[in-house]
Design a protein around this ligand. Structure first.
Ligand SMILES: Cc1cc2nc3c(=O)[nH]c(=O)nc-3n(C[C@H](O)[C@H](O)[C@H](O)COP(=O)(O)OP(=O)(O)OC[C@H]3O[C@@H](n4cnc5c(N)ncnc54)[C@H](O)[C@@H]3O)c2cc1C
Length: 478
């Protein structure tokens, strides 16, 4: 029988959620252990946020050189070495992982390497080692969904794991052409990136348009227009029926409005969403319940149905109105550890205001409700989208792509949601997020002095459009 090690908090996973929990345990003077079967640090640092944003920015530099916005700047074909770009991405990831994750280990918390699964409700087996937790946190994250497509098990395909380093899934060579199954945020970010590096990209989307769920309808239509203008081919109402090897690559048979079409590409990327890693940890031995999407069911204190077992991060999916994003997991990881270990009152999670972004160019950033959600919630909506062309900064730097949309309660003028498609939208959205946090009204945006000329003025101009024609403002959005 394996020797058992005991901890105050046993954490399944070592991603950003797990680290936040382990650090909180340390602050409370408790012992904690994490478990990891892949690379320390989890998805965000190793194969998600960090490597994708690194390469997306490199692709933007290549694109901007090729298509300068200013008359007087000569287009230039910037030479690049994709293999070297991948290698520098690996260096950035490795340096960040060492500094932000590895260097924190030791003292009161450590990581055990191997595949973790429950033995009983207090014990986990990690490749033969037994770990016992007085309290347990499930933070095993999520992984790419692999849809049922005929022939997929017989052809090589990529997933978002192509961004990883030191694992066999990493992509080192730029494909000449790429067909992407799915058009969610990962598919769109990677699709634009590869197109800018020179791959011929085809996106295959089941729905009638891009980003149809959870976004304002204007987002999908504008993003489709910008991507198509760069050469990305977008097939909507399209479903991949089967895939097979064809020539030197992949041949996908796609059903579009009842008709069959064949799409050829050198490589296939499956980016059809993510599912919680709740199915390979023998969770039934702990008696922990899952919801219909396989997410661990939790309440607003991140407690599962088993009183000493908590869950947070991607593995809880949309439970407690959560979202799969790094800041949500790392904020909640700390709350889960506090609730598991502290004698102080338990803390509730607050997922009412979660700003999120898609790192396209122009960026998409949203917070709060959409017009459809506001109406469904029973408000009388004042909702308006204003084109970026009325924002002085956008005109000054010759990039008027995008719009700002505010949705507000018509009666109180409280702002309930904001959507931005613009450069720097992921930065600007924080003003709207703070405003929503404190239940700000349209006049709070209008009365706040903004730096001129900035993209943040878009929010002020969006609010002004409730009362005036934003095309007829003088300087400084006043
Ligand atoms: C391409 C891509 C880009 C992204 N970009 C962004 C972005 O820009 N901004 C953002 O906020 N979010 C982004 N995300 C999402 C973000 O990466 C995740 O929301 C976040 O990493 C989730 O953290 P987590 O700690 O909950 O899970 P993870 O980071 O996935 O950590 C869970 C860990 O548990 C391990 N594990 C699972 N099962 C077991 C087991 N049985 N035994 C041992 N170990 C196990 C896994 O190997 C993993 O390392 C992106 C994701 C992808 C894929």
């Amino acid at each position: 029988m394996a020797r058992e090690r005991r901890f105050d908090l046993l954490i399944l996973g070592s991603g950003s959620t797990a680290f936040a929990a382990a650090l909180q345990a340390q602050e409370l003077g408790k012992s904690a252990v994490m478990t990891e079967e892949r690379t320390l640090g989890g998805t965000c640092v190793n194969r998600g946020c960090l490597p994708s944003k690194n390469l997306i920015e490199a692709a933007r530099l290549v694109h901007d050189a090729r298509r300068p916005r200013y008359p007087g700047l000569q287009p230039a074909e910037m030479k690049f070495d994709f293999g070297r770009l991948v290698a520098q991405k690996d260096e950035v990831v490795s340096e960040y992982r060492d500094r932000k994750y590895k260097s924190l280990l030791g003292g009161n918390f450590d990581v055990v390497t191997g595949h973790a699964q429950f033995v009983d409700e207090h014990t986990v087996d990690v490749d033969g080692q037994r770990l016992r937790g007085e309290k347990i946190l499930i933070a095993t994250g999520s992984r790419p969904v692999v849809p049922q497509i005929e022939g997929l098990d017989r052809v090589p395909y990529l997933t978002s794991d192509l961004l990883t380093s030191g694992e066999e899934q990493e992509l080192h060579e730029l494909p000449r052409s790429l067909v992407i199954v799915g058009a969610g945020y990962v598919a769109l970010e990677l699709g634009q990136m590869f197109q800018r590096f020179g791959s011929e990209v085809t996106l295959i989307e089941r729905g009638a348009g891009l980003l149809a769920r959870g976004y304002e309808p204007e987002v999908g239509t504008s993003i489709a227009e910008y991507l198509e203008s760069e050469g990305v081919r977008i097939l909507t109402r399209a479903q991949v029926h089967s895939v097979q090897k064809g020539g030197e690559g992949i041949l996908a048979t796609v059903q579009i409005d009842g008709e069959e079409r064949q799409v050829r590409a050198e490589r296939l990327l499956v980016a059809a969403g993510r599912r919680p890693n709740s199915d390979r940890i023998a969770i039934e031995r702990a008696g922990v319940e899952l919801d219909e999407e396989g997410a661990v069911r939790v309440d607003e204190y991140l407690r599962t149905n088993v009183s000493h077992v908590f869950a947070a991060g991607d593995v809880i999916g949309r439970e407690a109105a959560s979202q799969m994003a790094t800041p949500v997991g790392s904020h909640d990881g700390g709350i889960a550890a506090h609730n598991a270990l502290s004698r102080e009152s338990p803390r509730r999670v607050d997922h009412r205001v979660v700003p999120r972004a898609i790192f396209l160019d122009p960026q998409v950033a949203v917070v709060g409700m959409t017009e459809e959600q506001v109406v469904a919630a029973g408000y009388r909506c004042w909702c308006r989208a204003v084109p970026l062309s009325v924002v002085p900064r956008a005109g000054a730097v010759r990039d008027t792509r995008g719009f700002v949309k505010l949705v507000a309660d018509r009666d109180t003028t409280e702002v309930l949601g904001a959507t931005l498609v613009s450069t720097n939208a992921a930065e600007v959205i924080h003003e709207a997020a703070m405003a929503l946090r404190f239940h700000a009204r349209l006049h709070d945006f209008i009365d706040l002095l903004h730096v001129y000329p900035t993209m943040a003025e878009a929010l002020k101009i969006g609010a002004i459009s409730r009362f005036k024609d934003p095309a007829k403002l003088s300087c400084c959005a006043e």
